[in-house]
Design a protein around this ligand. Structure first.
Ligand code: GLT
Ligand code: MN
Ligand code: MN
Length: 388
């Protein structure tokens, strides 16, 4: 049995905002005093993480002077050097300050749209200075409560123009960023634009530099929309767009919970981890989650360790699934293929279409064939519940 110890090759990262979440919610105030960024880096090193991600204002207060910024950056870089923690991803906070109450890149106010661009390119500078190679966009305020006052077409155009601007800026500065767009269906706006990973993938194709832009799907966000997260991840992978991933957990139909990875939907997360491991996903595995509001500092460490441990347990289960003779025999039966249909597959040709039209299928016999998914699924359950 594996020891489930996180190692650098697993590329486990946490945002400064995750382990440092103060436990504020719409009904109650903060219950924890936030750690400083330097303390947070040391906590992440203690629990065995590899990387730390940040929003500009997780690190540098929004009103900091240039001198203050330089001082904070120096202290943070020392903490990174002392611990060996790396910065794989950076992002911009475009949702907290009141200025973004009607959106950032999609605000109806051109001053706000321009300020959002300024804030983003400054934040891109900070990320690049710390070595980040992935830059995430989560449009928390890009949406509406009422569509009476904002054009969804204008919003799409403004968001596109902004992303085109940032791609050119990254090229200009030689930053080498890969941009990753994170979808969410709602919260904090009533409806967010581009609410699913699939919508983001469609949008990326309309950009000037689609090759620079991919997605950052989050377990909780697709689940909030009632969708199968692994399917969204598979589509992103197939498109060559899985640049980053936000791992956490969520009870379907609830508020945005950001639970510890694998704490709720064990089976779905098993198929997710199995997918990532089977295809050889090698980008950061970012836990965008936070501890329960009831947690204290010790419990936050348990939360962070738990995210990584559950991932590694599910990874081990995936390897067992792949090595399990009974499971593999069932899969072979399910996917049985004697090659007789090969002439009808592959690329189109007129002859192929002609032969396909002429072929006689025994439809009633084909319709009688069942699949042993119940047997297979129970083996998965036995595996996950530890009796196999
Ligand atoms: C915020 C949000 C996350 C995003 C973060 C990046 S901020 O915590 O809930 O899903 O990934 O902006
Ligand atoms: Mn979330
Ligand atoms: Mn996220």
């Amino acid at each position: 049995m594996a020891d489930y110890q996180p190692k650098p090759e697993h590329k486990f990262s946490f945002g400064l905002w995750t382990v440092n979440n103060p436990g504020r919610d719409p009904f109650g105030d903060a219950v924890r005093t936030p750690m400083s960024p330097v303390e947070t880096v040391h906590l992440l090193a203690e629990v065995g993480a590899w990387g730390v991600n940040f929003h500009d204002n997780d690190l540098i207060p929004i009103d900091a002077t240039h001198a203050q910024e330089r001082q904070i950056m120096a202290g943070f870089q020392k903490a990174l050097a002392d611990t060996g923690i790396v910065v794989p991803m950076a992002t911009t906070n475009l949702f907290f300050d009141p200025v973004f109450r009607d959106g950032a890149f999609t605000s109806n106010d051109p001053k706000v749209r321009a300020y959002a661009r300024q804030k983003t390119i400054r934040s891109m500078d900070l990320g690049a200075e710390l070595g980040a190679k992935v830059y995430v966009f989560w449009g928390g305020r890009e949406g509406t409560e009422t569509d009476s006052g904002k054009s969804a077409l204008d919003a799409g155009k403004w968001f596109r123009e902004a992303l085109n601007f940032f791609c050119e800026y990254s090229i200009d500065q030689g930053y080498g960023y890969k941009f990753a767009l994170e979808a969410k269906p709602n919260e904090p706006r009533g409806d967010l634009y581009l609410p699913t990973t699939g919508a983001m993938l469609g949008f990326i194709a309309t950009l000037d530099h689609p090759e620079m832009v991919g997605v950052n799907p989050e377990v909780a966000h697709e689940t909030m929309a009632g969708l199968n997260f692994m399917h969204a991840v598979a589509q992103a992978w197939d498109a060559g767009k899985l640049f980053h991933i936000d791992l956490n957990d969520q009870n379907i139909g609830r508020y945005d919970q950001d639970f510890r990875f694998g704490s709720h939907n064990i089976k779905q997360n098993f198929f997710l981890v199995k997918f990532l491991e089977d295809v050889g996903y090698d980008a950061p595995r970012h836990f965008d989650a936070h501890a329960y509001r009831s947690s204290d500092t010790e419990d936050i460490k348990a939360f962070a360790r738990g995210c990584m441990r559950t991932y590694l347990i599910l990874k081990e289960k995936a390897a067992r699934f792949n090595a399990d003779a009974e499971i593999q025999a069932l899969l072979a039966e399910i996917k049985a293929d004697d090659g007789a249909m090969d002439p009808f597959f592959g690329k189109y040709s007129a002859e192929k279409a002609k032969a396909l039209k002429a072929h006689m299928f025994d439809r009633p016999a084909m319709g009688k064939r069942g699949q042993p998914y119940e047997r297979l699924d129970q083996l998965v359950i036995d595996l996950l519940l530890g009796v196999r």
